[in-house]
Design a protein around this ligand. Sequence first.
Ligand code: CIR
Length: 258
Amino acid sequence: MMIAITRDVSASLADCQLSFVDRDAIDIERAAAQHHAYRQALESLGCRVLSLPAQDAMPDAVFVEDVALVFDEIAIMTRPGAESRRAEGASVSEVLARYRSLRAIEASGTIDGGDVLRVGRTIHVGQSARSNADGIQQLRALVAEFGYTVQGVPTHECLHLKSAVTQVADDTLLIQPEWVDRDVFAGYRLIEIDPDEPHAANALRIGSGVVYPACFPRTRQRMADAGIDVTAVDLSELQKAEGATTCCSLVFRDFSTA
Ligand code: CIR
């Protein structure tokens, strides 16, 4: 059984952090409806979805991916790079503590979960404005005993590593080569996004399927052509807050029901 931790959309989402997209009016009711459909997509792919109540004082709290890293062996509470987001983790850690032994990134390290892409025993970490060298070194030390290798990866013109590259099948990554060097991922089968859809590299893999924004039909077709089963969801309002599919959940295996 897979668990997906999510959190309802904050009424204050319009006050979110923005780095690489221009501020545009966000329809909160529509964002909440899209988030509901996203949760249903996770359920349709076999997740048990846990919904935390909205945190209206924290505009970006819907993006739960950034506050924790969940591995099979442990979970690590991150220290998000944006100071406004540092209080978001407390309620998530209460839930995660039921499933994993918890560790934490300490000051002055910073990591955003959106920068962390684990593929097998390799953990790629974006060297972005949100994740610093101290955070990456702390992560390396925390996971070494479990046999993971941690590799820093420079990113350009995007918020997080997973804005630029995500895993869509066992050996296959979806990549935006203008935002991350594709040579770093030369050992994998790579699907490039369609150049007309620059934000199209963020896909959420669950089991043998992928949850994916409806607004990138060309890249979706590339995945379909590669045999990948894609569930499309409309996330337009969350995308205005610079979030997309991976960032709205923390998905992990529940060993207590395995
Ligand atoms: C932020 O700038 O932190 C939020 N507005 C968006 C976070 C998106 N997180 C993610 O993709 N992992």
